[in-house]
Design a protein around this ligand. Structure first.
Ligand code: F6P
Length: 363
């Protein structure tokens, strides 16, 4: 019988732990089942490009060093939907058929997609169109993939964000300042809430809960009345202004990205709290660097399990981490679904219990 041929790609924003997942898939597929594994470069682009852009993995390419390596050795994209692909002349073209043709040309039997909710949605649509068996592995520093407690990359991003707060605290104290740290997370506040609690923030603002500038100022005053000369504010990039306006910036190629809410707050709070108020925008350092142990572990477990699903003929599934175990859930329940912070969940309750100001009204 011919050896099974599986493809694997990384899609959406990179994060730490992607290479650990690739390594696990290759090891399980080759060692466990004797299959061939093809790494597709730059997300869906590798199957849309001609010649096809891929690498056949072998075990010698997938040593333990991949556990330690940030980013993705396959490359990735977080723009350029194949169904509405922006062409250089400004027009938009449907290139989905090229993806399906590329899959057939490579004679693949199934594809593993490592992506967030947005990538899963697009890849699910492509795979349905081409009758392609797909299994998903959740990744994103935002940790907003539905049905899983953890996505690959979140733990490393949290470690970076928490370390940033640790570094801001002493300089804030030395200069009697209010320090604002703006963290990533897109439309959700998982990074801000977890890192803020772990770092000892006084104020944590997340898109899921509305806040008032007066509320923040009152918290800073309270901190002062307790004898502390500085305060730490963590804000998720997806938070809006007090009036509900989105804070975003236009980047190259017309892409909108969140950013600016930290400065917005600093511009208003400085006078209100009568203290020098400074902003640090943490940005992409949250995505890069050496994966922490937890991301390596989750990525390895996800990779092995995803290959086992294909071996069992269980397709259109996404692996997930629930209650300390890897399980699988229907792709349809994950693709395009965002998992927000529960404004009344454990972490929000913990923050309130610690006296942290996290806003007033759930949005
Ligand atoms: O989804 C991951 C993420 O890092 C978000 O937190 C952030 O808003 C976005 O990607 C940034 O994207 P880019 O790398 O295109 O600026």
């Amino acid at each position: 019988m011919a050896k099974k041929r599986i493809g694997i790609l990384t899609s959406g924003g990179d994060c730490a732990g992607l290479n650990a997942a690739l390594r696990a898939v290759v090891h399980r597929a080759i060692r466990g089942y004797g299959w061939r594994v093809f790494g597709i470069r730059d997300g869906s682009m590798g199957l849309m490009n001609r010649p096809l852009d891929y690498v056949e993995f072998d075990l010698s390419l997938c040593t333990g060093d991949m556990l330690r390596l940030g980013g993705t050795i396959l490359g990735t994209i977080n723009k350029g939907d194949p169904f509405n692909y922006p062409m250089p002349d400004g027009t938009v073209r449907d290139r989905s058929a090229e993806f399906v043709a590329g899959y057939r040309e490579l004679e693949l039997d199934a594809i593993i997609v490592i992506g967030g909710d947005g990538s899963m949605k697009i890849l699910n649509k492509l795979c349905r169109m081409g009758n392609i068996p797909m299994v998903g592995i959740p990744k994103t520093i935002d940790n907003d993939v539905a049905q899983t407690d953890y996505a690959i990359g979140f733990a490393t991003a949290l470690t970076v964000a928490c370390e940033a707060i640790d570094r801001l605290a002493p300089t804030a104290a030395s200069h009697h300042r209010v320090m604002i740290l703006e963290v990533m997370g897109r439309d959700v506040g998982h990074i801000a809430l977890s890192a803020g609690i772990a770092g000892g923030a006084d104020v944590i603002l997340i898109p899921e809960i509305g806040y008032s500038l007066d509320g923040i100022a009152a918290k800073v005053a309270e901190v002062r009345s307790e004898g502390r000369n500085h305060a730490l504010v963590v804000v998720a990039e997806g938070c809006r202004t007090e009036k509900g306006e989105k804070m975003s910036q236009l980047h190259h190629g017309g892409e909108m990205r969140y950013g600016g809410v930290g400065q917005y707050l600093a511009d208003r709070l400085g006078e209100m709290v009568a203290a020098e108020t400074r902003v640090t925008v943490l940005g992409h350092v949250q995505r890069g660097g050496t994966p922490v142990m937890r991301d390596r572990l989750i990525a390895s477990s996800f990779g092995v399990y995803a290959v086992d699903l294909i071996a069992q003929g269980k397709i259109d599934r996404v692996v997930a981490w629930q209650h300390g175990q890897v399980v699988d859930v229907p792709l349809a329940e994950v693709a395009g679904v965002t998992r927000a912070v529960d404004p009344y969940g454990t972490l929000a309750h913990t923050a309130r219990g610690l006296g942290i100001y996290i806003g007033e009204q759930a949005n």
